[in-house]
Ligand binder design. Structure first.
Ligand code: URA
Length: 431
C-alpha cells in the first residue's frame, strides 16, 4: 500500500477502506509517514470530509494506537464528560464531585487551555499540590477509593491524537467535524468510560460557531459511540457569552466551590443541573429528570457534594483547605470597568472576554507559555442585568500591571438595551 494513493483517493472524494485508514494511523504514529504527506491528507479530509463509517474506523484506529484503560476490576459503569471548550467553563470541577457524591464513578482525563479557551487541568493545578500526572496505577487507586479522579492525558494513551492534533493546529485542519469527532471520541474511548456526556459548546467563544455545526458534530459523536457500544448523550450549550461570572483559574475554582454549596451563578448552575440529570439518567441511576433533580438538590443541600470535592482534591494531593482561606485568591493588580450608560447589559462576544483573560495571564497564546493563576475577570454584572451609568461592570485581575486598553476590548464586546433578551443555557440535548 502506498500513502500517496490514499491521499489521491481522498482528494478525489472516494471512500477509504478500513485497511487504508489503519495504514495511515499506524504508519504516521511509527514515523514511516512524514508530516508533509499527512498535512496534505488532513487537508483533503477537511475539504472533502469523511463518511460516518470512515470516521468510526479512524476513531477506533486512533484509540488503538496506544493503551486502552481497563476498569473491569471495579465492575462499575465508568462515567465521563467532555466539553469542546469555552470561556469560563468550569463545569467538570463542579459536576464531577456532585455525581461522585451520588455514587457514580468518574474517571476523567482533561486538557489544558489554549488561546481564548481555559482548560480544566490549569484550573485544578492552580490548587497548590494538585497532581494531574498520576500513573495508571495511582489513577485507578484514586478512582476505586474515592469514585472520582481528574488527570492529564497520559502519553501512552492515543499517541495518534497527540501527533495528529499538533499537526492540525498548524495546518489549518482543526476545523473539520470528522477530525474533531475522532479526536475527542478516541480519547474518551481510550479512557475506558462506558457512559459519556459530550458538552458541545456553541457560539463565538467555541469551535462550533452555529447550531447546525454543533448538531452535526454531536450526531456524529453519538453515532461513533454507539458503533463502539458506549452510551452517549450530547448537550449543545451556550458559548455566546462566558459561562458563569468568573473567568480565569483560581477564580473559577472558587466559583465551582460556591456552586457546590448552592451559591453558583444562575447560568452555570443550570448547566450543572442539566448535565448531572443527563448523566444520572444515562447511567441508570435516576429514572427521570424529576428524580435526578431531587438527587442533585439533596447532594448540594446536605453538603455531600462539597465534601466530595474536598475529598477528591485532597486525594490528588491538593491543599483543599487553602481554597477556603480568603488570602488564597489575592491578585496583586486589579482594574475596574464602570458602565458609561444605563440599560440591560448584553454580552455579545464570549471570545473577547476569553482573549482579555488570556492577555491578563490566565491563558496561553503558545503551548510553552506559563499561566498566572491569579489572573482573570469577574463579571460583576451579567447579561440581562439592568445597569446604571457609573455602576461596576467587570473587574480584571492579574499579577502584572494591567494595560487599560483591555477596557476598550471589553466595551466593544457589550451593548446596553431597553429590554432583556432571550438567553438559553442549554440549546439542545441529543441521545
Ligand atoms: N478538542 C479535541 O480534543 N480535539 C479537537 O479536534 C478539537 C477539540
Amino acid at each position: 500500500m502506498r500513502f500517496i494513493d490514499i491521499i489521491n483517493k481522498k482528494v478525489e472524494n472516494q471512500k477509504l477502506l478500513k485497511e487504508e485508514i489503519e495504514f495511515f494511523v499506524n504508519n504516521y504514529v511509527n514515523g514511516s509517514i512524514p508530516d508533509y504527506q499527512t498535512s496534505a491528507f488532513l487537508m483533503a479530509i477537511r475539504i472533502n470530509g469523511l463518511s460516518d463509517e470512515e470516521t468510526a474506523i479512524l476513531t477506533n484506529a486512533m484509540m488503538l494506537s496506544g493503551d486502552v484503560l481497563d476498569w473491569n476490576f471495579l465492575n462499575k459503569t465508568i462515567v465521563d464528560k467532555h466539553s469542546t471548550g469555552g470561556v469560563g467553563d468550569k463545569v467538570s470541577i463542579a459536576l464531577c464531585p456532585i455525581l461522585a457524591s451520588l455514587g457514580l464513578t468518574i474517571a476523567k482525563m482533561s486538557g489544558r487551555g489554549l488561546g481564548h479557551t481555559g482548560g480544566t487541568l490549569d484550573k485544578l493545578e492552580s490548587i497548590d499540590g494538585y497532581n494531574i500526572m498520576l500513573s495508571d496505577e495511582e489513577f485507578k487507586n484514586v478512582v476505586q477509593k474515592h469514585g472520582i479522579a481528574i488527570v492529564g492525558q497520559n502519553t501512552k494513551l492515543v499517541p495518534a491524537d497527540k501527533k495528529i492534533y499538533a499537526l492540525r493546529d498548524v495546518t489549518g485542519t482543526v476545523q473539520s467535524i470528522p477530525l474533531i469527532a475522532s479526536s475527542i471520541m478516541s480519547k474518551k474511548l481510550a479512557t475506558g468510560s462506558n457512559c459519556i456526556l459530550l458538552d458541545v459548546k456553541c457560539g463565538d467563544g467555541a469551535f462550533m460557531k452555529n447550531i447546525e455545526e454543533a448538531k452535526k458534530l454531536g450526531k456524529l459523536m453519538i453515532q461513533i459511540g454507539k458503533k463502539l457500544n458506549r452510551k452517549i448523550a450530547v448537550e449543545i450549550t451556550n458559548m455566546e457569552q462566558p459561562l458563569g461570572k468568573a473567568i480565569g483559574n483560581k477564580i473559577e475554582v472558587l466559583e465551582a466551590a460556591q456552586t457546590l454549596k448552592g451559591n453558583g451563578p444562575k447560568d452555570f448552575t443550570e448547566i450543572i443541573y442539566s448535565s448531572a440529570k443527563t448523566l444520572l439518567i444515562l447511567s441508570d441511576c435516576a429514572k427521570d429528570e424529576a428524580e435526578a433533580k431531587q438527587m442533585i438538590d439533596k447532594a448540594i443541600i446536605s453538603g455531600k457534594a462539597y465534601e466530595k470535592f474536598i475529598e477528591w482534591i485532597s486525594a490528588q494531593g491538593g491543599n483543599a483547605k487553602l481554597i477556603e482561606d480568603k488570602n488564597w485568591f489575592k491578585p496583586k493588580y486589579k482594574f475596574e470597568i464602570f458602565a458609561k450608560q444605563n440599560g440591560y447589559l448584553k454580552i455579545k462576544s464570549a471570545i473577547s472576554f476569553g482573549l482579555v483573560a488570556m492577555k491578563l495571564g490566565a491563558g496561553r497564546s503558545k503551548k510553552e507559555d506559563s499561566i498566572d493563576y491569579d489572573a482573570g475577570i469577574y463579571l460583576n454584572k451579567s447579561s440581562n442585568d439592568y445597569v446604571n451609568e457609573g455602576e461596576l461592570l467587570f473587574t480584571l485581575y492579574s499579577s502584572k500591571p494591567i494595560n487599560n486598553e483591555l477596557e476598550d476590548e471589553l466595551i466593544k464586546a457589550i451593548e446596553f438595551n431597553d429590554k432583556k433578551y432571550n438567553i438559553k443555557s442549554v440549546f439542545e440535548k441529543m441521545y
